[in-house]
Structures are given as structure tokens and as C-alpha cells.
Design a protein around this ligand. Structure first.
Ligand code: ADP
Ligand code: MG
Length: 384
């Protein structure tokens, strides 16, 4: 069997997925954008093909090169920008994967808003317009309620997402997005923007597999107006009833979006015990989220995704609380320099495992990470 990964990153989940596939004896092909420059990132046996993110170009190439009755083929993605392309190529070749219509729809934050509101799933209020439609922009600005979160309808990693407290900030951020749309269509691919009601509260990511909850974590962000991710922890700081409400709200969103195949990642805000959905991603998560789900909740998203692609049965744990402590902290460019790491390394004893290293991700202003987990299998409760 060959696994074709359309759209990848150079870190965490991508490396783990490739490692898992190779360990199981699968051949691996990665299709990515020429600018991604992946030389030396993956083991040499991994085939790398640079192609534009175009469904017919990628399908044609795969058909010619690898589509043979004697060889089973499976396709997945680890990158938001490619989720839609990967799902459509999958569907064009008749291979198993998430529903292409549902993935394509979910890539648009505007479409997500429509799904949530149509299904009475709590989310922030919003208005939307196209950057090129000046009349619609003026109308939206007249009705604007502050503070507001301005965001492109398509995007990832908080690119172009900004909290604005003043009218003038909204206007200058919209002008910035017009410019970004021209200069960086990869970061701002759509002309549509959302003006959202700002939801105060604590942010959580909730992970689902085949529509079932597999783990949640609390997300921390840097101060300021840009929502830069600073870390995730399985220490949820939440009561069980609120957690169940969060899990249930997310599950309804996954179901309403028609994303019942494989991994889905959800961002939520919890305020006064009440959960609202920020957005949903129809793909496996990055940023050590899979590590936390594995180490704290005992469900390995990567192994289970490969299982699912190979046609094996996947069972999801029944428990909903974390068993172990696992957290990641990111150090950003704005942090004191000594917090950075030039080398990677690890510290381990029978109870704890800490790994750390440099991590430079374009557009995230991230410099380094520290990942901490306790090793539950060695934990023996004290008996008084
Ligand atoms: N309406 C909102 N209220 C409060 N915070 C928000 C809102 N929308 C977005 N955010 C913050 O911005 C981050 C990025 O926005 P999101 O819609 O998830 O886009 P992206 O695709 O870039 O992740 C969220 O994780 C959250 O921290
Ligand atoms: Mg998000």
C-alpha cells in the first residue's frame, strides 16, 4: 500500500504520520507546494513531488504514477490549505476518506457559521462581506459592534485574525487584508471576511475521530490582539459538567458539518460554563495536539488515522477526562531570548518526560517548544 500525503508541514504530526506509515511497510509520497522545500525533512525513501494545489493536476499525476489495480493507494493531508484539495482528489479517485463536499464546505469559516446557526449550535454573532464589495463593507461598518474579531473566511494559524476595539482599527485591518489577499493569496485565499462578536472566556481545543470525542485541552494565547498560540495543556481547569457541555457542543458541530470520517479539530470558547464554537478544522491537528491526546487521553490520532486508512477497525476510549498530565509551551519571538533553544534535547526520569527544542514556523512567530508529560504507567498512588 502507498500513502500519499497531500500538503504537509515540517514538524510534529507530519513527521509522526510519515514515521508510522513507513514502520508499517507503506510506501510514502508527499505532494506539496514547491515553496515548501522539504529536502532533508523526511527519510530518503519518502518520495516528494512538488505540484500546485490543483485537484486535476494532482489527480492526473497520481493516476499516471501510482494508480494501479495491484497497488492499494490511500490519500490524506496534514495541512489546512490542502484539506479541500486532498478530499477532492480522494473523491475523484474513488478512495476512502472524509466526505469531499463536507470538507470543502468546512474550509470556509462563513459556511461553518451557517451550519452552526442553522443547527442552533452556539457560536459568535457575525456579519460578512467581500473585500471587493465596497457598498457591503460600508454597510457592515455602519452596523459594527465593538470589540469585534476581524478574520478572513479562509485561513489558518490565526493569520489575519485580529481583535479590534476601535472603528479605525477595523478599517485599517480590512485594508491590510486587501493587501494580504493580493500579496499572499496562500495566507488569505478568499475575498470574504467575517466581522465576529468577540467571545470572552477560556479557549479549548476539542478533538474528534469518526465523530467521537477523543480529548480536550486548554489553549493559552499571547497577550494582545492577534491570538498567537502559546501552548496547550490537559489540565483543563473546568468542572465536569462544563466539560460535558463542551464535548456535546463540539460533537453536534462535527455531526452537523457531516464530518464523520476520521479526525476533526475544534476551537471553542467557554464562558460561565457555556461553550461556543469558534471554528472547526476537517483534518488531523498539529502543534503537539496529537501528542497531548495520545499521552493524556490514551488515543493516538496518527496510529488510528493510519489504521482507518488501512481499513482497520478504530475504537475510541469511553472515558472523557484526561488520565495523565501533558502540556506544550511555545516560546515566541517576543519572549526573552534566553527562553529559546538552539538545540533539541530531553530530560527523563521514571515519572516525567520533558522534551524541548527550537521550532521556527513561518507565520506563527514561534521560536521553540517545551513538551512535558508525566509517565502514568510508573505512577503508584501513596497509601497512607
Ligand atoms: N469571535 C471570537 N472571539 C474570541 N476569540 C476569537 C474569535 N474568533 C477567533 N478568535 C481567536 O482567534 C483564534 C484564531 O481564529 P480562528 O477562527 O480559529 O482562525 P484560524 O483558522 O486562524 O485558527 C482562535 O483560536 C481564537 O483564539
Ligand atoms: Mg483556529
Amino acid at each position: 500500500m502507498r500513502l500519499v500525503i497531500i500538503g504537509t508541514r515540517k514538524t510534529g504530526t507530519s513527521l509522526a504520520l510519515v514515521r508510522t506509515a513507513l514502520k508499517r511497510g507503506l510506501a510514502v509520497t508527499i505532494i506539496s507546494n514547491p515553496e515548501d522545500r522539504l529536502e532533508g525533512v523526511f527519510p530518503p525513501e519518502v518520495e516528494i513531488k512538488y505540484l500546485p494545489a490543483d485537484v486535476s493536476i494532482i489527480s492526473e499525476w497520481i493516476k499516471k504514477k501510482h494508480f494501479r489495480p495491484e497497488n492499494a493507494l490511500r490519500i490524506t493531508t496534514i495541512n489546512d490549505v490542502y484539506a479541500c484539495v486532498a478530499a477532492q482528489v480522494n473523491s475523484a479517485l474513488g478512495l476512502p476518506g472524509p466526505d469531499a463536499f463536507a470538507v470543502t464546505r468546512a474550509v470556509s469559516k462563513l459556511q461553518q457559521k451557517k451550519i452552526f446557526t442553522d443547527n442552533n449550535i452556539p457560536t459568535s454573532g457575525y456579519s460578512e462581506f467581500r473585500l471587493s464589495d465596497h457598498k457591503a463593507r460600508e454597510d457592515a461598518l455602519l452596523k459594527l459592534q465593538l470589540p469585534a474579531v476581524v478574520k478572513p473566511s479562509e485561513g489558518t494559524a490565526s493569520n489575519g485574525v485580529k481583535l479590534c476595539s476601535q472603528h479605525s482599527e477595523v478599517i485599517s485591518h480590512l485594508d491590510y487584508l486587501v493587501n494580504q489577499k493580493e500579496q499572499r493569496p496562500d495566507l488569505v485565499p478568499s475575498d470574504t471576511v467575517l466581522l465576529e462578536e468577540y467571545l470572552p472566556g477560556t479557549e479549548y481545543c476539542v478533538e474528534y475521530f469518526d465523530g467521537h470525542y477523543v480529548g480536550a485541552m486548554r489553549k493559552s494565547k499571547r497577550y494582545g490582539t492577534e491570538f498567537l498560540e502559546r501552548g496547550y495543556t490537559s489540565e483543563l481547569d473546568i468542572d465536569e459538567q462544563t466539560l460535558l457541555n463542551l464535548i456535546g457542543t463540539g460533537a453536534r458541530a462535527v455531526e452537523a458539518a457531516g464530518l464523520s470520517w476520521g479526525p476533526v479539530h475544534i476551537d471553542c470558547i467557554v464562558h460561565n460554563g457555556f461553550a461556543s464554537i469558534i471554528e472547526l478544522n476537517p483534518r488531523i491537528a498539529g502543534s503537539f495536539i496529537c501528542d497531548i491526546v495520545r499521552d493524556a487521553y490514551g488515543f493516538d490520532m496518527v496510529e488510528n488515522l493510519v489504521d482507518k486508512l488501512q481499513g482497520k477497525e478504530v475504537t475510541v476510549p469511553a472515558s472523557f477526562l484526561p488520565d495523565a498530565y501533558a502540556c506544550v509551551n511555545f516560546f515566541l519571538e517576543s519572549d526573552p531570548l534566553p527562553w529559546s533553544f538552539t538545540e533539541q534535547g530531553e530530560l527523563r526520569n521514571h515519572l516525567m518526560h520533558i522534551s524541548y527544542g527550537p521550532q521556527h514556523l513561518s507565520n506563527r512567530r514561534r521560536r521553540a517548544f517545551v513538551y512535558v508529560r508525566n509517565l502514568m504507567q510508573n505512577f503508584k498512588p501513596e497509601i497512607n
